[in-house]
Ligand binder design. Sequence first.
Ligand code: ZN
Length: 280
Amino acid sequence: MIQEIHPHRFNNKYLPERKITAADFVLFYQGKTILLKNAGNGYELPRKSDFTDFPETPEPVFLFTLDEAPCFLLQNDPGACNAGLVFVELGFFRTTRQPEIAWVSLAGRQLANWYAQRRFCGTCGEWTIHKSDERALLCPKCAQVFYPVIAPAVIVAIRCNDKILLARGSEAPGGWYSLLAGYVDAGESLEEALVREVKEEVGIAIHNIRYYGSQPWPPSGSIMIGFTAEADENQPLEVDHQEIAEAAWFRRGNLPRYPPALSIAGEMIEKFEQGILEYA
Ligand SMILES: [Zn+2]
C-alpha cells in the first residue's frame, strides 16, 4: 500500500523544538505540484542547502522525518531556486518507482492544506499560532485548539462464495472497478456506516462484517478502514447511479480492471483474486 515504503522509514512523531538546518528536507507545494530535485531517472526531496535564497520567515514548519532526516513545510514561495529543482504533479505517486518520495509528498500535502485552511480561528477569527507541545494550532484569543482533520471512510470487500461485488464509480480513473466505500457520518459506528453505504449505493444487505486493516489516504485527507463482509448474491442490485455507475458480482479469475495495490481497495481485490483474502 501507498504508506509502505520499506526499506525507507517514515516517522510521524512531531518535534516542535526542532529548527531547520541546511541538510533538512524542504517541502514546498504550488497548486497540485510539489518542488522536487531532479536526480538521474527520478527525484530527490530538496534540502535547505539547495535553495539560493531561502525564505526564513515565516519559520518553516516541522512535519515528520524520513530516514531520520527532518522534513519541513515551506509556506513562502522560495522564488529563485538552484538549477535542478522542478515542480512535479502530485499524481506522480501512481506511477513512480520511488514510493518514499511519493508518500512524503502526499502526507506533507495533507498537512500543508490543513495549515493553510486553519490560519484563522473558526470561532473568533483570530490568527492561530502553533501549539508548543503537539501538532496542533491554537487560538491565542479564545484558546480553541485545532488538530489535523482526518476524515474516516469505510471500505468493504463483499463476497459470496467465489464472487466479489465490485462497482465502477461515476468518476473512477481508467474505468476501474473497485470496492464500495463511503465516509462515516457523525454519530455512526464504522459498522453502521458500512451497512448504510452499501444499502444506499447498491441496495443490498450485508452480514458477517470483519475488520481487515486500515490505510491513511492523504489525497482525500482520509483514513480508509477496510472490512470484509458477505452478502447473498440473489439480492437485486439497485445501483444509485450518482456515486456508482455500475455494480456487479464478479467471479474469481474473471475480474474487471481494478486499482493497483497502492490502495487498500486494490490490495483487498488482489488478495481475493489470489484466494488469500482473510479476516484480520
Ligand atoms: Zn478564537
